[in-house]
Each structure stands twice: as structure tokens, then as C-alpha cells.
Design a binder for this molecule. Structure first.
Ligand code: DX5
Ligand code: ZN
Length: 235
């Protein structure tokens, strides 16, 4: 199933003194989603922003806000982020006592639900829940900070999740987060990702539109390679 490739700039690397402006600039530059990283200094060592800031950027965001919760516990924040305008809420299974209940809670607010797997989190976490997900978010760095290097051994994991998603026949997004740059986006696309988060590679670039276009072109080239390889196998 070929969906449009999505680029989700992470606000973590934006200028926090000018967030509304940054959100508008990155959307004008071609962002498909705004990736919103929430860290609690408990589940991860860093501390960022909460629902109040999500609500503040909402009027500036003409694209969906993709909330990535790196917090423990998770549930109390879900109604707050739903009210603050989140379109997607993703959480880490290690951070919830009852993953199924948390997924139902997200969906009961009419928000799309995602599960986030750290580099070392095994794929069996997707057993029994994959069909309930709108999105699988694969971390390609350990969560907590922007600007880290892409962990190469996540590439076969992306391929494995792609196969599992395809086997469901459902349009579940496969998002990759951490260290995404123009020079690895092709391999990430070729492995089967359809949504790429990029923080420092977009906000650290002089020209946001150029950065987004380069990541998109590389990832699209990777997806085309993948499609051609699959066609060869089935021919
Ligand atoms: C890491 C965050 C990422 C991060 C990506 O914990 O979840 O979204 O901001 O930043 P870069 O693209 O700089 O690795
Ligand atoms: Zn993130």
C-alpha cells in the first residue's frame, strides 16, 4: 500500500522563544506533521513541554500535531493532550502498566494512537495490539535528546515492522525518529518507513525547505528502490 511519505519536523530543535513562528515556518517549508516531544525527567532524563505549550502552538499548526510522550505514567496526560489539540498520541509500552487500556483511552478521545519502540524494545510488544494502532514509532536513538546519531541496527527492525504491518492489510503508519538526515533517509525509506521525524536536520539547517525537500527526496528514492525490489520478487 503506497501512502504519501510524511516528514515530521521535531520542535525539540526549534527556537523555543519563537515557537509559533517556527511552527509556521516549518509548515510553509513543507512539513506534513509537527512532532511534539514531551519529556518528564523520569522516564527520560530530559524535561521539555506539556499540554499548555501544545495548546499554544495549535492555532499556528495547520497540519496534525504528532505528540510523542516520553513520560511515565502516561494516562493522566492523555485527556489533557487531546484537549490541547493533539491529532496523534504515541507512548512507550514500558511507561504504561496497561498498554491496551492506554490505547483505548487515546482512541476514546478521537485521537490516533501510536506505540513507540526504543532501539532495544523487542517487537513482541506489538503482539495483540498492532491491529489497534494507527502508528508504530520506531526510535533510532535512545529517547531523551535531539542531535544524537542514527543507530544503524534499527534498519532491519524497520523492515520487520513493515512486514508485520503489511500482513495486517491496514494503513498503519511506520514512523522513524532519531538521527534522521538526508544521508540516511534513503536507507530508512528503503527499509519501509513512511513517516520520518527530523529535528536537528531541519531546524539546524539554514534553509528549512531545502532540508525537508532533501530528506523527502532521499526517502522517496529509497521507497522506490524497495517497491522495485518487491516487484522483482513477485514477478
Ligand atoms: C528524541 C526525540 C526525537 C528527537 C529527534 O528523544 O524523540 O524526536 O527530537 O531529533 P534529531 O532528529 O535531532 O535526532
Ligand atoms: Zn520524538
Amino acid at each position: 500500500m503506497e501512502t504519501r511519505l510524511r516528514i515530521a519536523p521535531s520542535l525539540l530543535s526549534a527556537d523555543f522563544a519563537r515557537l509559533g513562528e517556527e511552527v509556521r515556518a516549518v509548515i510553509a517549508a513543507g512539513a506534513d506533521l509537527i512532532h511534539f516531544d514531551v519529556m518528564d525527567n523520569h522516564y527520560v532524563p530530559n524535561l521539555t513541554v506539556g499540554p499548555i505549550v501544545c495548546e499554544a502552538i495549535r492555532p499556528h499548526a495547520s497540519v496534525p500535531i504528532d505528540v510523542h510522550l516520553m513520560v511515565k505514567p502516561v494516562d493522566a496526560l492523555i485527556p489533557m493532550f487531546a484537549k490541547a489539540g493533539a491529532s496523534i498520541i504515541s507512548f512507550h509500552p514500558e511507561a504504561s502498566e496497561h498498554v491496551d487500556r492506554t490505547l483505548q483511552l487515546i482512541r476514546s478521545h478521537g485521537v490516533k494512537a501510536g506505540l513507540v519502540l526504543n532501539p532495544a524494545t523487542p517487537l513482541h510488544c506489538l503482539d495483540h495490539v498492532l491491529e489497534q494502532l494507527d502508528l508504530v514509532l520506531l526510535m533510532s536513538v535512545n529517547p531523551g535528546f535531539g542531535g544524537q546519531s542514527f543507530i544503524e541496527h534499527v534498519l532491519p527492525k524497520i523492515e520487520a515492522v513493515r512486514r508485520r504491518i503489511d500482513a495486517t492489510g491496514r494503513d498503519i503508519w511506520l514512523e522513524v525518529d532519531g538521527g534522521v538526515k538526508p544521508d540516511n533517509a534513503r536507507r530508512i525509506g528503503a527499509a519501509g518507513a513512511d513517516t520520518l521525524v527530523a529535528g536537528s536536520a531541519v531546524f539546524g539547517a539554514g534553509h528549512y525547505a531545502d532540508a525537508i525537500r532533501r530528506i523527502r527526496e532521499e526517502a522517496q528514492a529509497g521507497r522506490a528502490q524497495r517497491a522495485a525490489a518487491l516487484e522483482k520478487v513477485s514477478a
